[in-house]
Design a protein around this ligand. Structure first.
Ligand SMILES: *Cc1c(COP(=O)(O)O)cnc(C)c1O
Length: 396
């Protein structure tokens, strides 16, 4: 037998972490890595946060799982907190980002169809989007590499270029139910939605009674320096998908909606066996305890600005390697002039710095939000060394 016990869908590298300490990962062989990947924007409290560990340990010992047939004091508490700090009136808990987007798609369709508009099912989505790997969420993306071998796709999506408001307007028709967009594309390469684009989508949605759905799975939960990035645009969605950071490493996601947007999501229309179980709720509540306050958010913004400023200065030393710095808060990207995967591997294997390659020639920098000054200095030492000995063979 040549297939590996782990289904070989990931090209896994030689880093084999077995322990985490704050912003570092320690491999099976004892190698220490500085973690600017954070489980792809997940471990926002780093790897050994006492509050998160304590909450999970205590809840695991008290009550791990019950079904959604019963009342949930733990879930009510987390849902109420999310309702209090966001645009939303109601929350459905999931176990992943793709499931949160699935719920958002269903909520948007049901908004129209529960009111008798059964021909409104189409969501307009955007070039190079990433919404997850389920059938609906790959169908929502125009990325063919995710479609190959999985036909037929789910109907009901139309693709338009990201940041192309006129294109979005032109794509609207009698079947349009709404827009599904990442305000900042993550996998797509830290491509920031323009103010005019995000505002314009809101306006189109208002004018035509469409649902504006934000996929904040990667941008959400303090990553960009506000609890959700929509706050920085001053544009509220009708529906929002969140996951990644919200469990701090525990699998948790959620679909948030206004009361109006959720009008189709009535008894029996949706469900999840695990979604919102007491253990997941304990993790989510512990994450909110840490990040959902102005002092923490201001700290993320300040650190993001400092790193960004230093990066902008630094990249000037290597004009053949770097093109620009992108992103908001601690969701940063370096647009490279070389293939990002090779540089990511070089930083990882030679300098023990973990980053994530993304689309559009970009390297993602997604440190834990609790990163401190010495770790930021360590990052710049590793990046400088990595740029210096990567630039050499390139030179001439
Ligand atoms: C990661 C991601 C998803 C999918 O989340 P999973 O937990 O992997 O299912 C969806 N949307 C965006 C924007 C993401 O970054």
């Amino acid at each position: 037998m040549s297939i590996t016990p782990l289904m070989p869908v990931y090209p896994r590298c030689d880093v084999r972490p077995i322990r985490g300490e704050h912003c570092h990962l320690i491999g099976e062989d004892g190698t220490r890595y500085l973690d600017f990947a954070a489980g792809i924007a997940v471990n926002l409290l780093g790897h050994s946060h006492p509050g998160l560990i304590g909450a999970i340990q205590q809840q695991a010992a008290t009550l791990m799982h019950v079904s959604n047939l019963y009342g949930s004091p733990q879930g009510e508490r987390l849902a109420q907190r999310l309702v209090d700090i966001t645009f939303a009136d109601t929350v459905f808990f999931t176990n992943s980002g793709a499931e949160a987007v699935e719920c958002a798609i269903k909520t948007a369709r049901a908004y129209h169809q529960s009111a008798g508009n059964t021909d409104r099912f189409e969501l307009i989505t955007f070039g190079n989007a990433f919404h997850g790997r389920t059938m609906a969420t790959i169908s929502a993306s125009n990325q063919e590499k995710m479609h190959k071998g999985f036909a037929p796709l789910l109907p009901g999506f139309r693709y338009v270029e990201f940041n192309d408001l006129e294109g979005a307007k032109a794509a609207m028709g009698p079947h349009t139910a709404g827009f599904l967009v990442e305000p900042i594309q993550g996998e797509g390469g830290i491509r920031v939605g323009t103010q005019a684009f995000i505002e314009g989508l809101r306006q189109l949605a208002d004018e035509h009674d469409l649902m504006l759905v934000f996929d904040e799975v990667q941008t959400g939960v303090a990553r960009t320096g506000t609890f959700y990035v929509y706050e920085q645009y001053g544009v509220e969605p009708d529906i929002l998908a969140t996951a990644k950071g919200i469990g701090g490493g525990f699998p948790l996601g959620a679909c948030l909606a206004t009361e109006r947007a959720a009008r189709g999501m009535t008894f029996g229309t949706h469900g999840s066996t695990y979604g919102g179980n007491p253990l997941a709720m304990a993790a989510g509540n512990a994450v909110l305890d840490a990040v959902a306050n102005e002092a923490f958010l201001a700290d993320v913004r300040a650190k993001g600005e400092r790193i960004r400023t230093r990066l902008a200065q630094f990249i000037g030393n290597y004009p053949d390697l770097f093109e620009e710095v992108r992103g908001k808060g601690l969701m940063l990207g370096l647009k490279l002039k070389v293939e990002p995967r090779g540089f990511m591997q070089h930083l990882r294997d030679k300098h023990r710095l973990l980053t994530v390659a993304a689309g559009d020639g970009t390297l993602r920098l997604l440190p834990p939000l609790v990163i401190d000054e010495p770790e930021i200095d360590e990052f710049f030492e590793k990046l400088s060394a990595g740029a210096a000995d990567y630039a050499v063979p390139e030179g001439a």
